[in-house]
Design a protein around this ligand. Sequence first.
Ligand SMILES: CC(C)(COP(=O)(O)OP(=O)(O)OC[C@H]1O[C@@H](n2cnc3c(N)ncnc32)[C@H](O)[C@@H]1OP(=O)(O)O)[C@@H](O)C(=O)NCCC(=O)NCCS
Length: 172
Amino acid sequence: MAVTRIAPMGWVEIRTATPVDHDWILGLAEGLFIDLGNYREILGDWLVAPRAEAIIATGGDERLGFAVVAPRPRIGFLRRCGSELVAIAVVERVRRGGIARRLIGEAQQRAIAFGAREMRLHTAESNEVGQALFRDCGFRSKRGLPVFYPSGVRALEFGAALEPAAESSSSR
Ligand SMILES: CC(C)(COP(=O)(O)OP(=O)(O)OC[C@H]1O[C@@H](n2cnc3c(N)ncnc32)[C@H](O)[C@@H]1OP(=O)(O)O)[C@@H](O)C(=O)NCCC(=O)NCCS
């Protein structure tokens, strides 16, 4: 029986995705989110959106996961800049190794860099693993109007404040 060696975490790198990665990202998303809508089309539009950023986790030459983050349009009274974690996924055989947690950490740094003070995201009401991940990463569920994926599946919204790193006190 072939043994699949899972890359130890020290091996995993997070980098900006390039157009060469897009088809791999869309293939993974299309399969995983098939119950939610046409994610090849939905995420394909995000990947070419001017201000969206896609990041990818790799182990050696192998792609292991991705996340997409984008500025969130400002609506309502609060003028604070926000961000949306549009999608995140990790290939099945390397799950539960902390890759998604690292992708979220990097996505949050990217959002802070474009000025966001908050990150929001949606996940399916039935996606208990996704909800466990987001709670583990400090997100809390938001109460608001019901939101649905294009397929009609109900979505839950989560949010987390983003804290820019404090100035080092040693420079005083
Ligand atoms: C959700 C997903 C991205 C998690 O990726 P991952 O790399 O396995 O997650 P991590 O190893 O970083 O997990 C971090 C924490 O999330 C929680 N978590 C992750 N997977 C879990 C599971 N199967 N059951 C319970 N909690 C889980 C745990 O608190 C975990 O910390 P711990 O392992 O120290 O207990 C992955 O399962 C996936 O790609 N699922 C399909 C796509 C999806 O649902 N995306 C999210 C909605 S958009």
